[in-house]
Design a protein around this ligand. Structure first.
Ligand SMILES: [Zn+2]
Length: 212
């Protein structure tokens, strides 16, 4: 065998080995794919079997079924627990909202009462101020009335005094019949108009006639 033939044979050997390996890989891939499919179908068969026969007494799978039933029971209990927790959470949230609303309502009432108290205080202060003002006015009016009474009394006193002085002056003088002027008791003629005056000062009065 020449050198070139040896080379050809060697190359051909490498190429054949690569073909074997490639084929084996393809076949292995097919096997793995099939096994996955078998696993999937087996699981479906198992699920179907469990659905149909789980509650059936005395099957050959009873030991496994009992464990499955136990897990299912635990899960039902767990779901009830979750439901219970959710209800508790909702109740607490509701109570919290309720308390918040009550607090807001109480705050609102407190603000309203404080406002009303301030208003009442303001109105009372205003009423007291008005009462004080009216009292001052009443006192001023009373003082004014008393002052007017004093003035009137003094006026009456003065009038009385003038009348008394008039009476006294008339009694101490001769009144002229012509002009009404006043003259001394012993005057013979009026100093105002020259009219002759009567001898007696009260000649005009009829109960004191002295015609001799
Ligand atoms: Zn006279």
């Amino acid at each position: 065998m020449g050198f070139l033939d040896k080379m050809k044979s060697s190359v051909s050997g490498v190429s054949a080995q690569q073909r074997y390996a490639s084929n084996i890989r393809k076949i292995n891939a097919q096997i793995q794919s099939n096994e996955k499919e078998i696993e999937r179908l087996t699981m479906q068969v198992g699920i179907q079997c469990v659905n149909l026969h789980l509650e059936e007494p005395g099957t050959e799978y009873e030991n496994l079924f009992a464990v499955i039933r136990q897990y299912q029971s635990e899960n039902r209990a767990a779901e009830e627990k979750i439901q219970h927790l959710r209800e508790q959470q909702e109740e607490e949230e509701f109570a919290r909202q309720q308390a918040l609303q009550e607090k807001e309502e109480a705050d609102r009432l407190a603000r309203q009462q404080a406002q009303e108290a301030r208003e009442a205080t303001r109105q009372q202060a205003q009423a007291e101020k008005e009462a004080a003002r009216m009292q001052v006015q009443a006192e001023m009016e009373a003082r004014e009335a008393a002052h007017q009474r004093e003035l009137e009394f003094a006026r009456q006193q003065e009038l009385k005094r003038q009348q008394e002085m008039q009476v006294q002056a008339d009694a101490e003088s001769k009144v002229c019949p012509g002009c009404g002027g006043r003259n001394d008791l012993d005057s013979m003629f009026c100093v105002h108009c020259g009219n002759p005056l009567s001898k007696e000062p009260e000649m005009a009065q009829p109960d004191q006639k002295q015609d001799d």
